[in-house]
Design a protein around this ligand. Structure first.
Ligand code: ZN
Length: 690
């Protein structure tokens, strides 16, 4: 990263400064085919120089926390390995095997796909490339960025001239803000300024429609980002116009009406109503993006009601469509509480992004709990371990992944295959943002009002990493060593360049009663679950903080009074035997069906009030690929009996028998593994009568 004070006036200077000048000119214009796993590191990149966090500018309301400038946080341990897996899989090679983001992309000036897929791909590839400091991935992103920045129309419009849809440009604006933070490229801000002035003039005559109308809040984030840097007053007018033309999500959730499975008949999809308001307001991805609407708009409105609207939205979605993997059902419209319903991968990563931004603005630790639940369960659960294939829809009770119509509300028969673009290619392009943005959200700046006097750092979600930032002019480096979420111990080493007083806030999850914190070996006051614990002291180089979260198994209750077993932020599943059958090759990857090779119809004998009595925990070493089934670092043993009448039909488990249930079958001890490790699984179980 470049210091923000450094002014780079030419593209040549800029490329040279990020070590891409020689590489960019040597890249073939067409296909860049690399063998899996090969990367070239840019030797000329110097270690990151942290830049200062930019706060909200008046009259915007302050945020509770601020995301640190991209590049301040580097993944380590299993998270770094996960990012490398993504880069070595479809994440770093998609453009080599999928024409929609390949050399003929409209976002490279070609005649190919010219809508959302190029920007979607970059929204994750840009942060991934810089998190890994990978020169080839940076060069891949640079071509799209350069084309976009260098081909702005005289009017101010950006993007392919074959369409004038506002929606894909909303995604590209997200990309440009990230890229500017990472590189300081001086072209970005003038291009955004010109585009936003153009849009402010155009919107009255050509208002937001369909996708853009329902996803306007994502553009407001970019408008605010620019306002905080330039202070141009017209940007607040633009934010207000987007709000005025955009769909009123707050009204939808203030009086939530979509409490049932939303069917194609209800939406009248057969009459071509797919882009009508009813279909778009019950659409999974739109709702996942909408979760941030209240907090984002509260920065402009200053309204406390808006700020906390996110909590009501999540509670309504959980109440009527919540699933044990942390998702709400959406296949592809809201689909009710049955754990055989699916959730689309786009919704997983968009919900994560909404939670990251909402957590920063609102500062409610429950939003971090929700984010970890998605990141450690639903996200890895819907990819193959090598991230060369993904599903469109995943199910908590997923007993087969094959060509079948059941149980989706409106999606097609390929929806839960693992492949290149099952059902539809949006997720193929959009999934890339999941892990990199999670890594960028581990630490946030806290206490930042209008001055830096109260600045501190907050550990918002947990995974191994290191952070380099500046607090009141002093460089601060913190390492976080942990095998969380597989273990409960998290160790921080704090290294300010000179002794510095600041608060370190530590999120204590709602499930974590009994957490202990020690500073340099000395216990501090026991923190309350569902809070941010605050350690305020003068930090010196080498100071150590250790948190120990209790990792006792817990029982949660779901559809038809079924039970799911959790431990820390992980949800556990019975891993059904899997037979992977290749359906067809797809370029560098393939589409797979997965068929069950064992029975799965178990009811559990657990005491929900005293789960540790009936659930035994076995820990083994946390090795490579901790989400993979071949060596899961934690397993649970529990007593169970089969329910012979609970069967599958058309590849989906029949409706869960309401609990409690009886069974005359012999008692067995079964093993539960982390949700993500079981690609065929039961997660919500009937509970045996005690
Ligand atoms: Zn999708």
């Amino acid at each position: 990263m470049l210091p923000t004070s450094q002014v780079l006036t030419t593209r040549r200077q800029f490329l040279n400064s990020v070590g891409l000048l020689g590489l960019a000119s040597s890249l073939p214009a067409g296909r860049l085919l690399l063998s899996s796993g090969s990367t070239v590191q840019a030797a000329s990149l110097s270690p990151s120089v942290p830049s200062a966090t930019i706060r909200n500018r008046a009259p915007l309301a302050p945020s509770a926390f601020y995301l640190l400038p991209l590049g301040s946080i580097r993944a380590r341990g299993w998270l770094d390995e996960q990012l490398r897996t993504q880069a070595n899989g479809l994440g770093g090679h998609l453009d080599e095997t999928w024409a929609d983001v390949g050399p003929n992309s409209g976002w490279l000036g070609g005649t190919g796909e010219s809508w959302e897929r190029g920007p979607y791909f970059l929204d994750g590839l840009v942060p991934l490339a810089y998190l890994l400091d990978d020169a080839i991935l940076k060069a891949k992103t640079q071509r799209f960025i350069d084309w976009t920045l260098d081909h702005q129309a005289a009017s101010g419009m950006i993007g392919p001239s074959s369409n004038d849809d506002w929606w894909p440009r909303i995604v590209m604006l997200k990309v440009l803000t990230q890229y500017q933070e990472l590189t300081g490229d001086p072209r970005v801000i003038p291009v955004m300024e010109k585009y936003f002035r153009y849009q402010l003039a155009e919107l009255p005559g050509r208002p937001l429609r369909d996708w853009g109308k329902f996803r306007w809040q994502d553009e407001v984030l970019s408008v605010i980002w620019l306002y905080n840097r330039t202070g141009s007053a017209y940007l607040l007018d633009l934010a207000s116009l987007l709000h005025k033309q955009g769909y009123d999500w707050m009204a939808q959730y203030a009086n939530f009406q979509y409490k049932q499975r939303i069917t194609a008949d209800f939406l009248k999809l057969g009459e071509g109503n797919g882009l009508k308001d009813l279909a778009l307001s019950t659409h999974g991805v739109n709702n996942g993006q909408a979760i941030k609407t209240g907090p984002v708009w509260s920065l402009v409105s200053g309204s406390e009601v808006d700020r906390v609207a996110v909590l009501k939205m999540i509670s309504e979605l959980n109440k009527y469509h919540g699933l044990p993997n942390g998702m709400f059902s959406c296949d592809e419209h809201l689909a009710g509480l049955d754990p055989t319903q699916g959730s689309e991968l786009c919704t997983v990563v968009e919900y994560m992004f909404s939670l990251e931004r909402s957590l920063a603005i609102v500062g409610d630790p429950a939003l971090g709990d929700g984010l970890e639940r998605l990141a450690f369960n639903a996200l890895p659960g819907t990819f193959t371990d090598d991230m060369w294939a993904h599903q469109y829809n995943q199910e908590p009770n997923q007993v087969e992944c094959s060509l079948h119509q059941k149980p989706w509300t409106t999606d097609g028969p390929e929806s839960n295959l693992y492949g290149l673009e099952p059902n539809f290619g949006c997720c193929t392009a959009n999934f890339h943002q999941g892990w990199p943005k999670f890594a960028g959200s581990l630490f946030m700046l806290s206490g930042a009002q209008n001055s830096d006097a109260h600045d501190g750092l907050a550990a918002a979600v947990y995974a191994p990493c290191e952070v380099r930032t500046i607090l009141r002019g002093t460089a601060v480096h913190i390492t976080e060593e942990t095998d969380y979420p597989f273990r409960g111990t998290v160790r921080f080493t704090v290294n300010p360049a000179a002794p510095l007083s600041f608060p370190l806030q530590l999120r204590i999850p709602g499930w974590a009663a009994g957490t202990t914190i020690a500073v340099n070996g000395q216990p501090v006051q026991a923190p309350a679950p569902g809070s941010f614990a605050r350690v305020d002291r003068t930090w010196k180089a080498g100071d150590r903080v250790e948190i120990v979260f209790p990792m006792s198994p817990r029982v949660s209750r779901w559809f038809h009074d079924s039970v799911a077993i959790e431990r820390g932020p992980l949800v556990f599943s019975y891993g059904i035997g899997e037979d992977w059958v290749k359906l067809r090759d797809r370029g560098m990857t393939a589409d797979w069906q997965v068929f069950p090779t064992s029975q799965w119809n178990y009811a559990l004998n657990v005491d929900a009030d005293a789960p540790t009595k009936s659930i035994r925990v076995t820990e083994t070493e946390v090795g490579e690929g901790p989400f993979a089934r071949r060596h899961t670092p934690v397993r649970l043993s529990v007593k169970a009996r089969k329910l012979p009448d609970w069967r599958a039909n058309d590849g989906a488990a029949n409706t869960l028998p309401p609990s409690p249930v009886n069974s005359d079958q012999p008692e067995e001890t079964i093993t539960l593994i982390p949700y993500a490790a079981a690609k065929l699984r039961i997660t919500a179980f009937p509970q045996l009568k005690s």
